[in-house]
Design a protein around this ligand. Structure first.
Ligand code: P6P
Length: 337
């Protein structure tokens, strides 16, 4: 009967974040308010992505049926910038869509910096492959006089990170430094309901995830590692290759099923392709919180710090990229991959 079909004690993302806040009695709830605005942005983008095919929102921006259509990633960026600024809890934003950092109007400033890719993998929209929003949050000491140098903090200083995957369902995965939890959007309620409590990456993984199309550009260690995945020398079975080409989807599968995701540096991209501030750091934060690890090929990703290049006219944070290895749990910390 009805009681069997309707759970009446739903753990929503809002309730979960408030529970996390209660673990910090000194907290004024600023992070809770910030996260609620990020959640709102995710709900908006989920709705737009679902309608994209119908509303011809996909493809290039340009004149269609008489009015300017915004590309989904442009629209998503506007949604998140507006949501983050209006939260009154941010002082600087670093977006994949904007070449320069956005310094919030001093009257509206808060103590957080949010680095985000509003719609990562957006080249996959037209064929219906899962895409996603990725975000990482830093605390800023001097919000009124913040400079870009203060934004470029080591990954290990990140205080929260998450992604929202827009696929067969809309799944938001979040960590505020106390484990990783997954929430699925119930469109009938407009709420994210906890569906994946305390995500831990499986200790053993049978999947490797890399763009084999770049193999001719790989360096020897990468080539040798991938070769070992295909032709194991220890008598184990070869691993399966799964590569979606949308980081949120590839990382989400790695978190849930285990294995390794890598985007190695190669001759074409000498320091890798993935962006440190809003792809690599947030995903590495989540991976470590889920019991996994993330390496640059030389050391721990989260010990890295993105570099800043000051141009004559503008400040451009070089979206530094690096090798991204996400290891299954049984790789001991400090092991060379
Ligand atoms: P490639 C998407 O453009 C993206 O930034 C990530 O989402 C994804 O992991 C990667 O690039 C795919 O790159 O070169 O394999 O197409």
């Amino acid at each position: 009967h009805a009681a069997d079909t309707f759970r009446t004690d739903l753990m929503t993302i809002t309730r979960h974040v408030l529970n996390e806040q209660s673990r910090h009695p000194e907290s004024r709830g600023d992070l809770t308010i910030l996260l609620s605005h990020i959640v709102l942005g995710c709900k908006f983008v989920a709705s737009a992505v679902n309608k994209a095919g119908l509303a011809k929102l996909t493809g290039l921006a340009g004149e269609t049926n008489g009015e300017e259509q915004k590309k989904l990633d442009v629209l998503s960026n506007e949604v998140f910038v507006n949501a983050l600024v209006s939260s009154g809890r941010t002082c600087v934003l670093v977006s994949e869509e904007d070449e320069k950092a956005t310094f919030v109007d001093p009257k509206l400033r808060g103590k957080y910096c949010v680095c985000f890719d509003p719609l990562d993998g957006s080249s996959n929209i037209d064929c219906g492959v899962s895409i996603g929003t990725i975000f990482g949050i830093y605390m800023i000491k001097n919000q009124d006089t913040v400079t870009l140098e203060e934004v470029l903090q080591p990954g290990k200083d990140m205080i929260a990170a998450g992604y929202c995957m827009y696929g067969s369902s809309c799944t938001l995965v979040l960590s505020t430094g106390n484990g990783v939890n997954g929430f699925t959007l119930d469109p009938s309620l407009g709420e994210f309901i906890m569906t994946h409590p305390d995500i831990k990456i499986p200790p053993k993984g049978k999947i490797y995830s890399v763009n084999e199309g770049n193999a001719k550009n790989w360096d020897t260690p990468t080539a040798k590692y991938v070769e070992k995945c295909k032709y194991p020398t220890d008598g184990s079975s070869p691993k399966s290759l799964r590569y979606i080409g949308s980081m949120v989807a590839d990382v989400h599968r790695t978190l849930l099923y285990g294995g390794i995701f890598l985007y190695p540096a190669d001759k074409k991209s000498p320091s890798g392709k993935l962006r440190v501030m809003y792809e690599v750091f947030p995903m590495s934060f989540l991976m470590e919180e889920a019991g996994g690890q993330s390496f640059t090929g030389k050391g721990r990703v989260m010990d890295e710090r993105a570099k800043l290049v000051v141009q004559t006219t503008t400040l451009i944070a070089v979206v530094q990229t690096c090798l991204m290895l996400i290891h299954k749990r049984d790789v001991r910390r400090g092991d060379k991959p």
